[in-house]
Design a protein around this ligand. Structure first.
Ligand code: URA
Ligand code: SF4
Length: 212
């Protein structure tokens, strides 16, 4: 597998990308997943939220963050004062990676590996190039490592505004920046769910302040 590069149409808009991504075979994940889950939101969005990869519900429905983690994220966005119509929501990896013990068994989420993350990056780079947002929210370690490198630690650097280095051939703007936070799924699994949720909202408010 050679990565998504050759499937990404040059000079396309978001609709063109979304359409072309349906045929991507840039890594092995297309083989077992139901479909490519691209993104939701408009090209004029000022904030981009990046998750890890689609989950079980997203894989079936073809849209990002529509399952339990998405419900929690929606609620947290409202609480942080971020308008969903101002937000573009996508994932670092566009196909669901899972393991399944047998037919009809529950599909268990597996974190994408480094090769799959690298393979899928041309899609993300193309999305960010088109949207050119003011702030990018990295939801969890996978998104944070995909964009800020493997040594980035969400636990240490969450909730801080981080100047945005250019990724791939993308041109970076002066005022664009990143904010990393925990993944909404981690909030759902946390022992102290209220505290974890409050932390997510507080980090999202840092992004909301950039939007003004
Ligand atoms: N988790 C993610 O990271 N992305 C989704 O779209 C859904 C769950
Ligand atoms: Fe292509 Fe990304 Fe899907 Fe791999 S995960 S097949 S690179 S869209």
């Amino acid at each position: 597998f050679e990565g998504a590069g050759r499937w990404v149409p040059r000079g396309a808009g978001l609709d063109g990308l979304r359409h072309a991504a349906q045929d991507c075979q840039g890594c092995d994940l297309y083989e077992n997943a139901t479909q490519t889950v691209f993104s939701s939101g408009s090209a004029s969005a000022r904030v981009v939220l990046i998750g890890e990869q689609p989950g079980d519900q997203e894989d079936r429905q073809g849209a990002p963050f529509v399952g339990p983690a998405g419900k929690l994220l929606d609620k947290a966005l409202v609480e942080a004062g971020i308008d969903r119509s101002d937000a573009y929501v996508t994932n670092a990896v566009k196909h669901f990676r899972f393991k399944q013990e047998g037919p009809g068994k529950r599909r268990i989420h597996q974190t994408p590996d480094a090769a799959q993350m690298t393979a899928c990056r041309p899609w993300l780079a193309a999305e960010l190039h088109i949207i050119d947002p003011d702030v990018i929210v990295l939801l969890g370690a996978t998104a944070a490592k995909a964009l800020l490198g493997p040594s980035f630690r969400v636990t240490r650097q969450r909730g801080q505004l981080i100047p945005r280095p250019p990724i791939d051939d993308e041109t970076s703007r002066q005022n664009a920046c990143y904010v990393a936070t925990v993944h909404p799924s981690a909030v759902l699994r946390a022992d102290d769910r209220d505290a974890a949720y409050a932390g997510l909202v507080s980090d999202l408010k840092v992004a909301a302040e950039v939007l003004g």
